[in-house]
Design a protein around this ligand. Sequence first.
Ligand code: TRP
Ligand code: ZN
Length: 883
Amino acid sequence: MRNEDPRPIRLKDYQVPAFDTHEVMLDIELDPKATRVHATLKMARNPASTDKKAPLKLDGEKLKLLEVKIDGEVLGANRYSVDEESLTIHETPEGDFTLETVTACAPEDNTALEGLYLTDGIYCTQCEAEGFRRITYYLDRPDNMAVFRTRITGDRKSEPVLLSNGNPVKKGKTKDGRHFVEWHDPFPKPSYLFALVAGDLGHVEDKFTTMSGREVTLRIFVEKGNEDRCAYAMEALKRAMKWDEERFGREYDLDIFMIVAVSAFNMGAMENKGLNVFNDKYILARPDTATDADYAAIEAIIAHEYFHNWTGNRITCRDWFQLCLKEGLTVFRDQEFTSDMRSRPVKRISDVRLLRAHQFPEDGGPLAHPVRPDSYIEINNFYTATVYEKGAELCRMIHTMAGPKRFRKGMDLYFERHDGEAATVEDFLNALADGAKLDLTQFKRWYWQSGTPEVLASGRYDAARKTYTLKMSQVCQPTPGQRVKEPFHIPVAVGLVGPDGKDIPLTLDGEEKPGAKTRVLHLTGREGTWRFKNVPEKPVPSILRGFTAPVKLDANLKERDLVFLMKHDSDSFNRWEAAQRYATNLLTRMVEAAKDGSTPRKGTAFAEMVHDLLSAKKIDPDFVAQIILLPSEQTLAQIIGQDVDVDAIHTAREALRLAIATHAKDALLSAYARMEVTGPYNPDAADAGKRALRNACLGYLAAAPGDEGVRLAAEQFRHATNMTDSIAALSVLSHIDCPEREEALATFHERWKDNHLVMDKWLAIQAMSSLPGTLDEVKRLTQHPAFTMKNPNKVRSLITSFASANQLRFHDAKGAGYRFVADKVLELDKLNPQVAARLLGAFKSWRQFEPKRRKLMQKELKRIAGTDGLSRDVYEIASKTLA
Ligand code: TRP
Ligand code: ZN
């Protein structure tokens, strides 16, 4: 907790560390109240540092220092100084020396879940980004890489399993009846990749033979009794290992790969070398407890953490400003993996949905920052949608520009040049430019200019000359700290769709032969013009196919063009996009009408599309499930952008749902029947797609007049044989004030009250209900035995779901929702600043709401910012959101 306003850390101040750590030996004796850590560090001055006189200043927080030795000699108190954040040794020997410290920390009191903590009786660590300093004094920065040996001593009964990174090299009993295991990790690594886990854990085991024929042992550790819920995670891991070999030529490098699932965890998972630690939500799955979405998330996150072994661990980051170097690239890799395992278009649609829901508002609001930020107060606040998701989009653009083969060459060169190093974004871009033979000079701006570029496109057909001229221009609004933007290098995939619905081969002016039907154009200036020849008839342009760049496109399309594209575009993404845009235009007209009481111009094309798609003989259920979904209330608010009226948005969207349900009722009913999946549950994309479509139909049917929807939902809830169908039915009922709702919630609770992950779903569904009593219900649920502020999953299920996924009720007209969430932020800040700061993100778009709500939100933000003793995390978000 801070005393004065904390100072930002800046990229331009980067200096190499004054000292190097070559080897680390940790001797850790576990104890809930006082874990003793004896650290032996082999160190020397860093020859690359220009500051040859700097004292040795080690990071350390919440540690009790018991002893300091250099080269075996105990240091008197006059030879070092200690404060809240560091230990400074005034003088160190020339050449190599050995520093030993003995410290104590208290895992039991650690509610921040950074460093060493206890969760359900299991010791576990979380060191990224700066948690290692809560375990021992250290140069806790990623460019300080060392070889670790870790000896863990614990109780034989309560901690039979003692794990750390690398390979186990020694084990035995101690004189006082405890036991120890010693681990050795041969790969030099930064401290943020250190991990330790100890407890009475069960495990499942498997094997993987790498492409060079080495056998790797795979183990997943879970709380005893959960071993039957690890099979899917294990299969996903093996698929990921194989895929990284085939697609990127990357092989696993240790003899053992371990994953541990714990219930209290700040994020999704962590890629510690050879010992990934996971939020158990992303490991444990059984058909009756996990939904299709859970299975998909498990597959993606298992892959993500595994892929970090090369993009993050073997090549790590020089400093935390380079975070996107590992995260953006690894997200891109996991997205590609999922696209290969499942449906590529559906994956693209859901990734773009996510980008628009989280990253665009970030880029357009007070917390906007570049993919590579240039300053931060608390690095934990920069694990953002911009660094992760937009970071992945930047890698995807390079991939688009290079094509798969040349991209692979670039990646190969990156691994060849930088394996074993702590690298920078420039290193990555240089390797890609050289290996893939690309000019990335202008493209680099994407890494340091924040904001979402807006691209305007318009075309003109010349019937006499048979040419089509496409003009595109770009602008980017100012963002905090960046008033003027240089033009971005934007790759735009374009197609021209003829009146028959078929793509026209594209021949640019000056070209001999017709080219491909989709071509990538490079918009590099503020404006650009392209002329296509031999265009026989007036086409409809399909711009930004596959969403080749993270921009906001205005393609100037008429309603009838959108209707045409949503029927005919050969690019699935743009087909979906045309439908979304059509619905958005219609909904914004309806919102205006809801505000002033007029009648909007009717648009029936969406309802007709729903009807036609559902009635078609051959359909791709997964894709249809995506295209028939209306944009969310949040998305609409964001597109409207100013003076947002949440009630009008809700009213308009419900009215459109009713219109669609009424128009397409028969088709909805028949698809609902046809999409039923029989036989044993299979989480694969094919079956999951059918369930997704069937449940989307159920959602519409519940909006149709009459109570058939409620009846169907209640019936589905009673007969569901898997969690996907059960939760979908419960979710539909949760918005309807009826006896079936209360009964289903009670039944669900009774059946699952002992399963903490399923109870998270029960909490979230109630928090997201559109019924007027939701806030009171959420307040009541904070007292429910299934809820605790000490577990981040519980906080996210109940409070974050309410604040960030229930626009209608969070934005209560009197400000009761804001007050409640602000109180929870302050309460949580004392326990877990990282999670508190994330929850506060719910206020980030406060300026876009109508004046009354805007003032109420601002008031709560000011109340938070003015509170004494705030963490750096919450202080930074509150002050920047208000600025
Ligand atoms: N590096 C992790 C990942 O993306 C995420 C991470 C960062 C994290 N900080 C964390 C996880 C703190 C848990 C707690 O894979
Ligand atoms: Zn990651």
